[in-house]
Structure formats: C-alpha cells, structure tokens
Design a protein around this ligand. Structure first.
Ligand SMILES: N[C@@H](CCC(=O)N[C@@H](CS)C(=O)NCC(=O)O)C(=O)O
Length: 215
C-alpha cells in the first residue's frame, strides 16, 4: 500500500493515523505541495485534481480522505474505527464532514494561495484569523456536552472522527490558534496524542519533514 502525501498536510496526517490505527504496512511517497509538485504533469497522472493524499492499494487508487477512510474501514475492518449503530455512524460522519467540507475548506492550501497571491500575506493572515476560531468553535459545539462524547470524539476508543480532528488542531497550532474556547476538543486531542498511532503519524515524525515557510 502506498500513500502519496506531505508531512505538513492535514489531509495526509488523517490517513496516516487511520493506517496506523489499523496496523497496516504502507509506503510513504512524498509530494512536495509547498513547492507545487501537485501541479506538475507527473503528479497529475496520479490525481488529475492535483490533491493529496492518494492511496494506492494494489491496483486500486483512492482519493478524498473520507472515501479513503471508509475504504480502509471496509477492506480492513479490524480494528473498527466506526461505531456500528446507524445513528452513531451518522454522528461520526457528520463530524468528519464538518472537518473536511467546512473547517478545512475555508483555509485550505489552494484558498490560502489564492488569497495571498491576490491580496497579499497580511490579508491572508486576517482571513485565517477570522475563520479558524469560528471553525474550532463549530467543532467544539459538536462534542461539548454531547452524551456520546467520551475520552475521544465518539466514545472511549479512538476512531475515525479523531483521525480528522487531530490534524485540524495541528494546522492551527503552528499558526498560533487559540484553543481557550475549545476545552473539549483540547482534552480529546491530548488523549489522542498520547497514543503511538497518532505519535507516529505526526508531521514532525515524517521522512520529508523540513523547512516550509509557506503560511
Ligand atoms: N477534501 C480533500 C481535501 C484534500 C486537500 O485539500 N489536500 C491538500 C493538502 S491538506 C492539498 O492537496 N493541497 C494542495 C493543493 O490544494 O494544491 C480530502 O479530504 O482529501
């Protein structure tokens, strides 16, 4: 199994955690998205939209982190990362979609590149500082006081939703996001970071880690 990814990318980090929680063997293929490798012809052969991560499992090529996560869950069910009851599965999917379709897309690489190129770095920072606390608060509301929240986003074992939360937190932490208003998320992230599967997937522990001065 091969994962095309980049050390600092939050989407890549999600799938590294999933692979590690499932105890799968996989090969790291670095794609330098800070320097535009995703836009080159060679990578466009792998993913026509030039995004990471992409998972190759034998002859199967899969993209979009929610689809990759659900593929891995179905193809390698043990240990499960989703609950079994339909309503609980829906809750986990709702949380994941809030991370991928709402929070991340407000400040993702492509959006940041466009805002910086069009309006400059100061406006980009303002953009980021406007959206990030709102995204964090939106996620906090999904877990604070919810009866199904436990040591992790859903219950007391780490699961798919945690694989999406931890990387969202990470991308905020290196840009000084303030976590004071998100105590439940902070508690869950701390629980996750104490586990080897999360630690091994951390950006700082990847083979291509290096200087990346892009905002
Ligand atoms: N919705 C996609 C988002 C993927 C995504 O935004 N990936 C970023 C890295 S975190 C990327 O490819 N950035 C390079 C670019 O957009 O040019 C998913 O969940 O897989």
């Amino acid at each position: 199994m091969k994962l095309y990814n980049y050390w600092r990318s939050q989407s890549s980090y999600r799938i590294r955690i999933v692979l590690n929680l499932k105890g799968l063997d996989w090969e790291y293929v670095a794609v330098d998205t800070a320097n535009g490798e995703q836009h080159g012809a060679a990578y466009r052969e792998i993913h026509p939209n030039g995004q990471i991560p992409v998972l190759d499992d034998g002859d199967n090529r899969i993209f979009q982190t929610m689809a990759i996560t659900e593929y891995l869950e179905e193809a390698y069910p043990d240990p499960p990362l989703y609950p079994t009851a339909p309503v609980e599965r829906a809750r986990v999917r709702g949380f994941i979609l809030t991370c991928t379709c709402e929070a991340q897309q407000r400040t993702g690489r492509r959006i940041r590149d466009y805002v910086e190129e069009r309006f400059g770095l100061e406006i980009l920072k303002e953009w980021y500082e406007y959206w990030t606390p709102r995204s964090l608060e939106m996620l906090e509301k999904l877990v604070a006081d919810h009866p199904m929240t436990g040591d992790f986003v859903h219950g007391d074992t780490p699961g798919a939703a945690d694989c999406f939360l931890v990387p969202y937190f990470y991308q905020g932490s290196y840009r000084d996001a303030d976590y004071a208003t998100t105590p439940t998320l902070k508690r869950i992230v701390d629980n996750c970071l104490a586990l080897p599967a999360f630690e091994k997937a951390h950006p700082n522990n990847q083979p291509d880690v290096g200087p990346d001065s892009r905002f």
